[in-house]
Design a protein around this ligand. Structure first.
Ligand SMILES: O=C(O)CCC(=O)C(=O)O
Length: 357
């Protein structure tokens, strides 16, 4: 099964709706999915100083062990955490966000030159999923590939002065950081540090970026910037606006609004790592609220397994008491679900669970 060549309906850019006084029906969520303010809480996802894991020698072993332990707990309990002092320069983070803000503020006809299709999703988009008549999210986005190299195509990247160099450097740095995180995750489940990376296909992994742009919204209580979903890939590193909250993470049946630390990456476990770890690590549902007064930008960097190798629970984590929870599936097969149906909570990873007993 492949994604169709075209969207089922003409594409409307959410940015072009932002100044109207009302949210069109197409974006109004059913009451049970709308943002609710019943349980405001001060809780935040864990914030972890990553510095002790940046160098493999002459570090403090105690500090390294303590950092690994914090990451381990965050992966099991939250599926989400923030890292600070992660080695990617604050200047590069600022520059990259600036480039993308510039893109979304170009005149519409210039952005339209990059309009995407559901075939590959690369380029400027305004919906996820191809279901005719679906209720849509209040966001536009830009999607591009860094890895594998055969998919990296500068012609599909926006042409903004110095933009491609900045985006390229961002990609290289974040891939490096993801490699370090993969080592930490492997050590934390008692395996060799290269274990998970090898399961992902060694150097042949996939890396891509979705830049989400959430325009101001006249009736933020009726809609969502991005509906609840878990990420289908391996691991996501999110860079978001420090000054405009929006991301909410599900924790014990309530929604926690993330307060981003300055220049932090928000790391979350995706479905592929949940599968490989036989659900020891959790890929957790999250969603995005929109704001009546401020637009918001976020950069979601997806670090994924090579797309054509079967991903299944690693045998070291399968026991008689805890049999394999998921059958093997390639990421190519897996990601078709969200590409066709759009974000739908945790329905996909739950639906592939093996029947037990
Ligand atoms: O914008 C955000 O804060 C979250 C984005 C996200 O969840 C995604 O792109 O999958």
């Amino acid at each position: 099964m492949n994604c169709p060549q075209d969207w089922p309906e003409p594409i409307v850019r959410v940015q072009s709706l932002s100044e109207n006084g009302v949210v069109p029906d197409r974006y109004i969520k059913p009451p049970t999915e709308r943002p609710s303010s019943d349980h405001p809480t001060d809780a935040n996802i864990p914030i972890i100083d990553f510095q002790p894991l940046l160098s493999s020698d002459n570090g403090d072993d105690g500090l390294r062990a303590a950092t690994l332990a914090k990451i381990s707990e965050a992966c099991r309990e939250w599926g989400f955490f923030q890292i600070v002092n992660h080695g990617v320069s604050p200047e590069l983070l600022d520059q990259t966000q600036k480039v993308w803000r510039e893109f979304f503020h170009l005149p519409m006809e210039m952005k339209q030159a990059y309009a995407n299709s559901p075939k590959t999703y690369e380029g400027y988009g305004s919906r996820l999923g191809v279901e005719k008549g679906a209720i849509l999210d209040w966001s536009d986005y830009y999607f591009l590939h860094f890895l594998p190299f055969c998919l990296k195509d500068y012609n599909k990247w926006p042409s903004i002065p110095d933009g491609r160099e900045v985006i390229d450097e961002y990609g290289r740095e974040v891939v490096k950081l993801c490699g370090r995180l993969m080592k930490a995750l492997s050590l934390n489940i008692g395996l060799e540090e290269d274990f998970l990376q090898n399961k992902f296909g060694g150097q042949d992994i996939g890396a891509c970026l979705r830049v989400n742009f959430y325009p101001k919204c006249p009736q933020p209580d009726l809609t969502l910037g991005l509906s609840s979903h878990s990420d289908p890939g391996g691991m996501t590193l999110l860079l978001c606006d420090e000054h405009v909250a929006g991301l909410q993470v599900r924790k014990d049946n309530s929604w926690i609004t993330v307060k981003p630390a300055p220049h932090a990456f928000i790391v979350n476990i995706g479905d592929q790592i949940q599968v490989l770890s036989n659900a020891m690590y959790k890929s957790v549902e999250h969603r995005v609220l929109v704001n009546p007064a401020k637009e918001r930008l976020s950069l979601a960097f997806f670090y994924n397994p090579k797309s054509d190798i079967p991903i299944e629970p690693v045998k070291e984590l399968v026991t008689e008491d805890r049999p394999a929870l998921y059958p093997p599936k390639t990421f190519d097969e897996y990601r078709l679900y969200i590409r066709m149906r759009g974000p739908k909570g945790k329905s996909q990873v739950d639906s592939i669970k093996c029947p037990r007993g």
